[in-house]
Design a protein around this ligand. Structure first.
Ligand SMILES: NC(=O)c1ccc[n+]([C@@H]2O[C@H](COP(=O)([O-])OP(=O)(O)OC[C@H]3O[C@@H](n4cnc5c(N)ncnc54)[C@H](OP(=O)(O)O)[C@@H]3O)[C@@H](O)[C@H]2O)c1
Length: 260
């Protein structure tokens, strides 16, 4: 008889896998990096600020996980390329790529300049594209891979000056479908997790307004706003063998925000 832990391990364990998590030093990315590491993966977190990166890796290492960090700016193509090479040199080529690094600059569309447009597209869309180009073909060759993008409800609807941000997230969901089409036949699934409103440093300004926070919580079915930890289970699932037949999908993790 198979024990339940052996069964669960067969479905969900990430033992022996290597993961690269962009934005893995804060918010949703940090929670996902922690979840993948605790599920057995060797994890490299990539972002700009060294202190936050080092603190994340230290927390995981102290917990008995294998984790490392690379500081890099994903707003430029050269920055993405350099960070990718440095990250792959730590534990080897990744089996799991999570694109959580993102920025939300909110000028109203009428005031939105080309600089904001370019930076938003560079971090939120081009970096995931370039990292996919760098690592997707290798995953396909090895017969296993998981690409997970973090998009937004703003991929589907306008919300608090979605401006360039919503556009970048809509395109990122399309990118996931293109990647799924290209690499799913070779064991590489590509999906997106779609947050609603999550209490992270990205939302400091909005989170400081208790009335707005309560109003947003009331728009969910569960009755509260999201926490970074809410993404742990969904990320482990999408990174694991258990999700092998799910690809090209956008999966909301939003407490029901998007369904009413
Ligand atoms: N919080 C929400 O309500 C919400 C809702 C919908 C979607 N999302 C999406 O979820 C993802 C994670 O957001 P979060 O709320 O966890 O935000 P967060 O706490 O602000 O984390 C963002 C992460 O991205 C990194 N980053 C930003 N710009 C970067 C750059 N140029 N190069 C490298 N790394 C960069 C940050 O580190 P450094 O600053 O040190 O570089 C940080 O680790 C984002 O893609 C966001 O769009 C969040």
């Amino acid at each position: 008889m198979t024990s339940s832990s052996a069964y669960l391990s067969d479905l969900f364990s990430l033992d022996g896998r290597t993961a690269l998590v962009t934005g893995g030093s804060s918010g949703i990315g940090r929670a996902i990096a922690g979840a993948l590491a605790r599920a057995g993966a060797r994890v490299v977190v990539v972002a700009r600020r060294p202190e936050e990166l080092a603190a994340t890796a230290a927390e995981l290492t102290d917990d008995g996980c294998r984790a490392a960090w690379v500081s890099g700016d994903l707003a430029s193509r050269d920055g993405v390329r350099a960070a990718a090479e440095e990250a792959a040199a730590v534990f080897g080529e990744p089996d799991i790529l999570v694109n959580s690094a993102g920025i939300n600059l909110r000028p109203p569309l009428g005031e939105l300049g080309e600089d904001v447009w370019d930076t938003t597209m560079a971090v939120n869309l081009e970096a995931p594209f370039l990292l996919g180009q760098r690592f997707g073909p290798g995953m396909a060759e090895r017969g296993f891979g998981r690409i997970i993008h973090i998009t937004s409800q703003q991929a589907h609807r306008a919300f608090v000056q979605s401006g360039a941000y919503g556009v970048s997230k809509g395109a990122l969901e399309s990118l996931a479908r293109s990647q799924a089409e290209a690499w799913s036949p070779y064991g590489v699934t590509c999906n997106t997790l779609v947050p609603g409103f999550v209490m992270t440093p990205l939302n400091t300004r909005l989170s400081a307004d208790p009335e707005r926070v309560a109003a947003l919580a009331a728009r969910t079915m569960i009755g509260r706003n999201g926490l970074a930890e809410d993404f742990a289970g969904a990320a482990v699932f999408l990174a694991s063998r258990a999700s092998a037949y799910i690809t090209g999908q956008s999966i909301p993790v939003d407490g029901g925000f998007s369904v009413h």
